[in-house]
Design a protein around this ligand. Structure first.
Ligand code: FAD
Length: 482
């Protein structure tokens, strides 16, 4: 009998424990993916992530074909579909890598129970994280709530070496009754047609396992040295840009870990930068651990005090923020980078998120939802955790009263204004001294550089000082209520 591999956000052949486990049986290996837009509680992917998924599935399908197998894509509710695939193929076993969201776990548990009761072996493997969420605990066996001791605990353990890709898969043939149910990737409607808003995203990214590995090698060669400082400069290619690849499992954190450690072994001077970079990879594990133990992270403030926060609903301000028309150049550059390329630099994610939550007093869930729709790396754990971190309501958060000043943040992290010049071209001619605060430029400078505030570029939609005071007052009022 054949064995099945159910791919879910682990779109790679190397270091894929489910695939390697199936290949090791020596049986025919049948691989499939389910676009599950029907199971209860599974959050539909946003637009940019759907775009990524399209290319990612195509690349996976081609890679499986090269290895001797293929990828069958199904659409619908996983519970019924997986059961029917097992029955119709007469498979003896099914392999998958675990997921950590509550709705996904509920689906997987139900499937596992049904299949095990029917005599099919179910192998759920660990392929998404460095460690499973329940493996890293404090001395009393509880999950960590704070990152630093979590990181220390991770560093005290060894990281499993990544698995090689199976050399050759013994592919099987799907029966016509299953093939009839299959959906060609091109017909899933994942990529936009008209209007095709994905032009800038196409330009920026290549999807799939090979692209992910090339990206990692390129980063190790050109970006790792100096990462500790370079990672805070949005105008530079100072970070790895591996996030969408990690999100869709085109590369595993263990592979990243191993390659970076190899680079350090060859060049010990890299150690400090590598340490910083790998701690970001551990952050990713940490947010997944938090999501696993706090499944409401994406939709409810972790700290219940924040349930009473007096958020303001102001559609116009929210729209100005989304479109990059707040009048604060660093905020607008970030929001436009996001819209054009499906990605935003981490430092600017923090500035734009803080601006939306604190200057505009908009509920963090609105920002989380916008990022969910527009980021190619939109990730249930990283996105929800980061928004709550900014809002001050999450576990191990920045305190609410730390309110970024968008002008000084811009001056500090984009001192030449190059990032602004790229994404806010209407300000490109402004001299450095005014590029983060065009409203302070003398009229003659504005005239010479073609900037007409209120016409070519907006006035700030809220003044910084009063907005800051308003935010602090709102925060205090919340405390009074509880
Ligand atoms: P690098 O600096 O090269 O880091 C390598 C990898 O480490 C990243 O690919 C990512 O997987 C992980 N990582 C880095 N920073 C963080 C972090 N702060 N928290 C958790 N993991 C991290 N990241 C996402 O992957 N998906 C999201 O939806 C997401 N939403 C965010 C929303 C907000 C408001 C903020 C402030 C941050 C968010 N991040 C998110 C975290 C971070 O901004 C991105 O992971 C990072 O910018 C990706 O770029 P990179 O791959 O070049 O990062």
């Amino acid at each position: 009998a054949p064995v099945l591999v159910w791919f879910r956000d682990d779109h790679r052949l190397s270091d894929n424990p489910a695939l390697s486990g199936a290949a090791a049986t020596g049986s025919q290996v049948l691989c499939f993916y389910v676009l599950d837009d029907a199971s209860e509680g599974i959050r539909p992917l946003g637009g940019a992530a759907r775009w990524w998924l399209h290319g990612s599935l195509k690349a996976l399908s081609e890679a499986l074909e090269r290895a001797g197998s293929s990828l069958l894509v199904l659409r619908g509710s996983a519970l019924g579909l997986v059961d029917s695939v097992v029955r119709k193929t007469g498979a003896s076993a099914i392999y998958w890598n675990r997921r950590y969201g509550a709705a996904e776990i509920a689906v997987d548990s139900a499937i596992k129970k049904r299949l095990s009761d029917g005599g099919t072996k179910v192998h759920s493997c660990s392929g998404r994280l460095l460690h499973e969420p329940w493996e890293i605990t404090n001395q009393s066996g509880k999950p960590f709530q704070v990152f630093t001791p979590y990181l220390r605990a991770v560093k005290a353990r060894s990281i499993k070496p990544p698995l090689p890709a199976p050399r050759r898969l013994e592919g099987g043939v799907w029966t016509p009754s299953i093939l009839n149910q299959a959906a060609p990737i091109a017909e899933l409607g994942l990529e936009p047609t008209s209007p095709d808003w994905a032009g800038g995203i196409w330009h920026e990214w290549q999807r799939g396992e090979l692209a992910a590995q090339a990206k990692l090698s390129h980063f190790i060669e050109t970006g790792l040295k100096g990462y500790a400082e370079g990672r805070d400069r949005p105008s530079k290619a100072g970070t790895s840009r591996l996030s969408p690849h990690l999100r869709f499992g085109e590369i595993s954190p263990r592979q990243v870990w191993r390659s970076v450690m190899n680079a350090v072994a060859a060049e010990p001077g890299l150690e400090r930068d590598a340490d910083k970079f790998l701690s970001e990879i551990v952050w990713r594990d940490f947010t997944h651990q938090l999501l696993h133990f706090h499944p409401h992270l994406p939709d409810r403030p972790h700290s219940s005090r924040f349930e009473s926060f007096p958020w303001i609903e102001d559609r116009l301000s929210l729209k100005a923020w989304q479109r990059g028309r707040t009048g604060y150049p660093i905020v607008d550059a970030g929001m436009r980078q996001l819209w054009q390329t499906g990605w935003m630099h981490n430092r600017v994610r923090m500035i734009t998120a803080s601006f939306m939550v604190k200057h505009l007093l908009t509920d963090w869930r609105q920002g989380e939802a916008w990022f969910w729709d527009t980021l190619v790396d939109a990730d249930p754990a990283n996105n929800a955790f980061s928004w709550q971190w900014i809002a001050g309501s999450g576990p191990d958060s920045a305190p609410f009263h730390r309110i970024f000043n968008p002008v000084t943040q811009g001056e500090k992290f984009d001192p030449e204004g190059d990032y602004i010049r790229t994404y806010v071209p209407e300000l490109a001619q402004l001299p450095r001294a005014f590029i983060h605060k065009p409203w302070e430029a003398p009229p003659a400078v504005l005239r010479e550089t073609g900037v007409v505030l209120g016409e070519t570029y907006p006035h700030p939609i809220v003044p910084h000082g009063p907005a800051r005071e308003r935010a602090l007052k709102a925060f205090r009022s919340m405390r009074d209520l509880t």
